[in-house]
Ligand binder design. Structure first.
Ligand code: FAQ
Length: 311
């Protein structure tokens, strides 16, 4: 019997053939990719804000230069991702309007405040560490433009993670006050970082289909477990304590058992009630409004050039 278009599509996915923008794809595949890629892009752009908060207060010129470069990289990641979503027919204006109206989500992690310099270390170490674990498999995601964007993003994220770990190492080897700053930041960021991987598989409506379509290559719980297994030895190396009383090595599974994330807090933050949710969104809306004259000027300039026959 002849395969339907949808069956042919699934056959290609199963053979690890990349899907490209002009290929036929089920509408639901397109929709879920636009959802995930645009939310990923929003996370990068909103993710500039918590660290941007410390650029003027970095403890040295060297630290300031590194932090500036990292925050600029995140802007770049957002731009590659918006471009990847555009290849699916999403318009950038619409994606941004959805962010500004609160309709589109972005990662819960960026709704928490950055209270001390140690938070710059913790974000690089833990948050970028989580981002890498999630994004390295996305280099093999089934949609070509998304997969290719992830290759460069992951290279830059590795540098971000190293710089975060190095800040933590410096603080951990510093004065007792500095070590305490590092521990206090770890205490605040550990659980929100575990939330970055999304709800438990049993409560994740998108995972099953996204795994079938090879948009996701690992489930939320699989990645969360890998993260804990990777980070606990690093925390031990730093001489810091992971704030989880239930954390134990499990010889049989060759991984750590760990405590339960506060899912009520997770959903509350996802719904827009995080400690900095309103502030973050307002910063993006203000940037959009204050940038209007730049967009107008760029359009006027482009129109003049094209009237002169130069593109
Ligand atoms: N926050 O059914 P699932 C970075 C939503 S890294 C907010 O499991 P899915 C780098 C989810 O959207 C951070 N919402 O969904 C950086 C869905 O709602 P929807 C960004 C969350 O898509 C570092 C609902 O819950 N990385 O930016 C969260 O299969 C430092 C049900 O969930 C990516 O976006 C959450 N944590 O799995 C930048 C990676 N978790 O959309 C600056 C790509 C879930 O149906 C500084 N994305 N939700 O209305 C993914 O891998 C997936 O989309 C997941 C969620 C794993 C995030």
């Amino acid at each position: 019997a002849e395969l339907t278009q949808e069956e042919q599509f699934q056959t290609r996915i199963d053979a690890d053939v990349r899907i490209e923008p002009k290929d036929w794809m089920p509408e639901a595949y397109r929709k879920t990719l636009i959802r995930q890629i645009s939310q990923h892009a929003h996370s990068e752009i909103v993710g500039m804000l918590p660290e941007g908060n410390w650029i003027t207060r970095a403890p040295s010129l060297k630290r300031k230069a590194i932090l500036l470069a990292k925050v600029q990289d995140e802007a770049g990641h957002g731009l590659y991702l918006y471009s990847a979503a555009e290849t699916l027919g999403a318009s950038r204006d619409q994606m941004l309007a959805d962010l500004h109206s609160g309709k589109a989500k972005y990662s819960s992690i960026f709704n928490y405040p950055t209270l001390s310099w140690a938070d710059m270390g913790t974000i690089g170490w833990l948050v970028d560490g989580a981002a890498i674990l999630n994004q390295v498999p996305l280099c093999r995601t089934s949609y070509g433009p998304y997969a290719r964007a992830m290759v460069r993003v992951c290279k830059e994220e590795s540098f971000h993670q190293r710089q975060g770990f190095e800040i933590m190492q410096t603080l951990s080897e510093g004065t007792p006050e500095q070590k305490q700053m590092a521990q206090e930041a770890l205490n605040r960021w550990w659980w929100p970082t575990l939330m970055m991987f999304g709800p438990k598989d049993a409560d994740s409506p998108n995972t099953e289909q996204s795994m079938k379509w090879r948009i996701k290559r690992f489930t939320n719980d699989e990645l969360r477990q890998k993260f804990v297994d990777m980070m606990v030895p690093q925390a031990e190396f730093l001489g810091l304590t992971v704030p989880d009383e239930k954390l134990r090595w499990n010889e049989a599974k060759q991984g750590y058992d760990f405590g339960e994330v506060d899912w009520a807090e997770f959903w509350d933050v996802v719904k827009g009630n995080g400690p900095c949710s309103r502030e973050r969104l307002q910063a993006r809306v203000d940037a959009w409004n204050e940038g209007e004259w730049v967009r107008e000027a760029a359009l006027a300039h482009a129109a003049k050039r094209s009237a002169r026959g130069k593109v």
